[in-house]
Design a protein around this ligand. Structure first.
Ligand SMILES: C[S@@+](CC[C@H](N)C(=O)[O-])C[C@H]1O[C@@H](n2cnc3c(N)ncnc32)[C@H](O)[C@@H]1O
Length: 245
């Protein structure tokens, strides 16, 4: 991967490290190191705190969020990785960050007040129709849910939100998919279920940073991804917070 204008690779004592150009003030979000370079502030992307950070540390050269893009992020928690994604897409892009648990959502909400391009949404990724009114078609979908049905949730949200040829990044936690199969078998089954709709890059194991995790990424193939709404959509209550540019 050639570092983009908002992603930097630096050599330090521990080897190469990845940094994003901070959009918020103050810059640090989760206690990560920050440093000033010319007129920018960079935030170190900690691979042990973020699966995408771990993938970069391990040489991921597949799909990545780019400047100016809109991303839908499912499972944002307190915003550790979502904030780096927001840095990558920059002021001309936007990240719609969905989280269902109140406790992390409270911190995500506070982060959203600091970040000009991060919109927290209290919602359940199983119910995309709930946030359909506030999320337009997106260039990328990031999924990090640690749920047994994480692949199905990714497919369903892609169907509603992802533009044709849009990017998918899925942090696959195989431990959430049951212990009766090996991590490799879970990975193979996830790839099989995603392959009809996505041209996937080679999956990357995230050990030693995140045990039994893989990063899957690729581009949507085929027909326009956003279907017509059903005649009488079944809604499970509107999400409570959203902010858009
Ligand atoms: C592994 S953590 C995410 C970490 C985060 N992506 C990061 O790197 O900073 C998974 C998160 O997904 C959330 N989650 C699980 N199921 C969800 C669902 N159906 N809808 C929305 N969020 C969900 C959990 O509450 C949890 O905060």
């Amino acid at each position: 991967m050639a570092p983009g204008e908002r992603l930097f690779v630096r050599e330090d004592r521990e080897g190469d490290s990845h940094w994003t150009v901070a959009l918020s003030e103050p810059a640090a979000v989760y206690g990560e190191r920050v440093t000033a370079v010319e007129d920018s502030v960079l935030r170190r992307w900690d691979p042990s705190r973020s699966k995408l950070g771990a993938a970069l540390a391990k040489g991921w050269d597949g799909a990545l969020p780019r400047s100016g893009e809109r991303w839908l992020y499912l499972g944002a928690a307190t915003g550790t990785t979502a904030s780096h994604v927001a840095d990558l897409v920059g002021r001309d892009g936007f990240v719609f960050a969905v989280e269902k648990s109140l406790r992390p959502f409270a911190r995500l909400l506070a982060l959203g007040r600091r970040y000009p391009n991060l919109g927290p949404i209290l919602g359940d990724a199983h119910a995309p129709l709930d946030y359909l009114p506030m999320v337009p078609p997106v260039d990328g979908l990031y999924v990090d849910l640690a749920q047994v049905d994480q692949v199905e949730i990714a497919r369903e949200n892609a169907r509603w939100f992802l533009r044709p040829s849009g990017m998918l990044l899925l942090a696959l936690k195989t431990a959430s998919m049951g212990r009766e199969k090996s991590p490799r078998d879970h990975l193979a089954s996830a790839v099989e279920r995603l392959s009809p709709g996505f041209e996937l890059d080679t999956p990357l194991g995230l050990e030693p940073f995140h045990k039994r995790h893989f990063l899957l990424g690729g581009r949507a193939t085929g027909a326009p991804a956003v279907p017509e709404p059903p005649a009488s959509p079944k809604r499970r209550g509107a999400p409570r917070v959203a902010r858009r540019r």
